[in-house]
Design a protein around this ligand. Structure first.
Ligand SMILES: *[C@@H]1O[C@H](CO)[C@@H](O)[C@H](O)[C@H]1NC(C)=O
Ligand SMILES: *[C@@H]1O[C@H](CO)[C@@H](O)[C@H](O)[C@H]1NC(C)=O
Length: 349
């Protein structure tokens, strides 16, 4: 009987990311959404509302290392990259994992993109599930090799999630396309299907006794799929508004920099000291949850501006705002260097 109750509680479906963000923001102790900053960011986006930067059609521009979106390699590439798209930050700033591809040296998440594209060029069928479901740790280590002795972190974990994902694709038609087709291109159903079938995508936590979710990689996978479809002129995907921002490291920092998010002094101090937050730590959950809610507030305010001033409805969704803020953060990283980034080692982001 008790076992049954425990299992039922553990199995309880978590709140979806948007509701999770709202719940966390309501109870947060160390991270706060600042309405003044939210409005300023919304004004900034309002001024850019007609630019290419606020659409999904610039997908290739944002993913220069990806195969052309018109080829089916693009979808497989995105799946492989997204499955291993986590934890690139170096143990020490001075020891960066770097991958040089076609004379350009990449760092961080781009090392993964460069490594996968390099492998394809070398004739390694890295985007084929029949291959990557069986790849050995050594082979994957070779694919992800860096220029020098600083390796990409978490090779074992990347190997585990990649081979597992490969096996699941093989059981579901043998490609991401066939795996995802039961969701009928609906963004909400796609996210649900991904997290139902692929354990490594279950980016969930418990906060104040509630099961919540962020689904960072699952949502990016869907957003990238949309980006590819959009580039093919077939981007009509229902329920895109289901997607929230993708809670990672860089966007929270940008939101703090822009004054839309605020960390308590204690949290600032903790992060400045470089303290590692365990995955699921209350503060880590607050940073991610409040970032989601912050972008939801920015979106709501932006929509109200467009309604009020242009008497139009606005179709800029949270994924697009994230697509804009991430490169913004990268571009302005020096100005915001004084705002510490949180550090968590996990497979979710
Ligand atoms: C990987 O993660 C980064 C950072 O969160 C994100 O900007 C990027 O779009 C992701 N890429 C893919 C292909 O999943
Ligand atoms: C690897 O090489 C880059 C320069 O190419 C350097 O910045 C980095 O510190 C090196 N790391 C190690 C461990 O040698």
């Amino acid at each position: 009987m008790w076992l049954f109750v425990v299992v039922a509680v553990l199995m309880k479906t978590p709140l979806p990311p948007r509701e999770s963000g709202c719940f966390v923001a309501e109870h947060s102790q160390d991270v706060f959404v600042e309405e003044g900053g939210v409005q300023r960011v919304a004004e900034m986006l309002y001024a850019l509302r007609k630019s290419e930067d606020l659409t999904a059609s610039g997908w290739k521009k944002a993913n220069p290392l990806a195969p052309s979106p018109t080829s089916d390699h693009a979808i497989n590439w995105v799946f492989v990259v997204d499955t291993m798209n986590f934890s690139f930050w170096p143990e020490q700033e001075a020891q960066q994992c770097e991958v040089t591809y076609r004379s350009v040296t990449y760092r961080g998440y781009m090392t993964l993109c460069a490594a996968i594209t390099r492998a394809m060029e070398e004739g390694i069928p890295i985007t084929d599930p029949a291959y990557f479901s069986q790849i050995s740790v050594e082979e994957l280590g070779h694919v992800l090799r860096s220029d020098n002795n600083t390796f990409m972190p978490m090779l074992e974990e990347r190997h585990q999630v990649l081979t597992e994902a490969g096996r699941i694709l093989l059981q579901n038609g043998g490609s991401f396309r066939s795996f995802i087709s039961p969701a009928g291109n609906d963004a909400k159903k796609m996210v649900e299907l991904i997290v139902e079938k692929l354990p490594s995508y279950r980016d969930e936590a418990t906060y104040k006794d509630k099961r919540i979710s962020f689904y960072k990689r699952a949502q990016i996978l869907v957003a990238d799929f949309w980006g590819i479809m959009e580039a093919r002129g077939a981007g009509d995907i229902p329920n895109l508004d289901f997607l929230t921002m993708f809670a990672d490291y860089r966007v929270p920092q940008a939101l703090v920099h822009l004054g839309a998010l605020r960390y308590s002094e204690t949290l600032m101090e903790t992060l400045r000291n470089g303290e590692l937050l365990r995955s699921g730590d209350r503060r880590e959950v607050e940073i991610r949850g409040c970032s989601i809610w912050c972008v939801e507030r920015i979106k709501a305010y932006l929509w109200s501006l467009v309604k009020e001033r242009d008497d139009q409805s606005c179709n800029i969704n949270s994924a697009v705002i994230d697509f804009y803020l991430w490169p913004y953060a990268k571009l302005h990283h020096e100005e915001m260097a004084h705002i510490p980034i949180h550090h968590t080692r996990c497979i979710y982001y």
